[in-house]
Write a protein that binds this ligand. Sequence first.
Ligand code: ADP
Ligand code: ASP
Ligand code: MG
Length: 422
Amino acid sequence: MSRSPIVVMKFGGTSVGDVARVRGVADIVARYRNEHPGVGVVVVLSAMAGETNRLVSLAKECVDRPSPRELDVLLATGEQVTIALLAMRLQQLGVQSKSLLAPQARISTDSRHTNAQIEQIDCTAVEEVIARGGVPVVAGFQGIAESGDITTLGRGGSDITAVALAAALRAETCFIYTDVPGVFSTDPRMCREAKLLERVSHEEMLEMASLGAKVLHTRSVYFAMRYSVPLVVLSTFEGPFRPGRNGTWIVSEEELMEKPVVTGVTHRLDEAQITIEALPDAIDAMARLFDALSERDVYIDMISQESVGGDVINVSLTVPDDQSIVALETIRALIPDLQANGVAVERDIAKVSVVGIGMRYHTGVAARGFRCLARENIDVQMINTSEIKLSVLVARKYCDAAVRALHAEFTGDLSAVESSNP
Ligand code: ADP
Ligand code: ASP
Ligand code: MG
């Protein structure tokens, strides 16, 4: 596919956290333009760090359940502030620039307020600014529905705007500037031993993002994979892109030189575990339970069942915490019919995962992971696996210890996994 001489640079909330930092971003953009004459630069921005949270709190202070449409109108203001500030700063540095809100940049989405999906981007307005030698500064995270309503793409959604725009423009590279020097083997703020990864495959990054590595939004990785967008994650504060020092390439699996068994360890704290107690063991009961939950659009992650004697089982499942009330209401309504004893919810849990495409070719990862957790006296409550990941549910108080132990275990001598099937 032929690419246009254009790069997209996305700066996250910390990178534009105050006016001094907005000026710093303007310097990076101006320098890049000077050093790469002939390359069009498109900037995508987040709101200032903490601003979207502040806006959500305002809405909650105002009403119990804000209308999603109005919430989107409110949340979209965060990005409006930063794009205007950056565009005016670039102008002062002698760089022509124009800020564009999502309707102006023609980023069309469906109408799922607060979690909208990008359907189409008409690049005309962005390309016009570039053609006149300017830098379009586009608001991340927002879109416009067919109705003309403002939408937002879900928290962390500016990454999606950047990669989708890079795909639509056939850009040479999409740079995601953030507050750490790239993608690490685990959250570098949690574990000092975390290693900067030079390259990560799309599939691993998709898993890592959806399992808690918030450095990239899952859907942005999906766009990069689907449209082959060359994607780099790097720090705003560590100087230019220098592979191995500042920056991680997200690449296709074929472009990886080595395929370590485990590439990353992640964690999530935003799931709740629901247990249906003493459910008479009938296939029909399980089907009714899961039908009812799917009718309410409850997303179920992990599932386990345990016999508690006779034909009676306890069924546990995990759901996103923000769906736990709906899930509980749905299950409670079924309890008399299903003749179960009751239902309990546990929120003090953490899901810790190890991810690596090498797991496809090696066995023994689970055994080694469980032995490692057992050595630390960490009790595993639930398990979930796929071809390239192993997730365990543990009590929240063990989250840090589990991440560190698994990270030390797997990013040490990887060849020590007992048996392998090349
Ligand atoms: P931005 O505001 O730039 O979008 P985010 O806060 O969304 O930044 O994402 C960057 C953060 O992601 C880092 O500060 C880091 O704590 C966290 N993070 C979690 N897991 C990882 C990982 N594996 N590699 C790098 N950063 C990670
Ligand atoms: N400002 C939005 C958020 O905080 C989008 C983003 O930062 O990517 O979720
Ligand atoms: Mg982010």
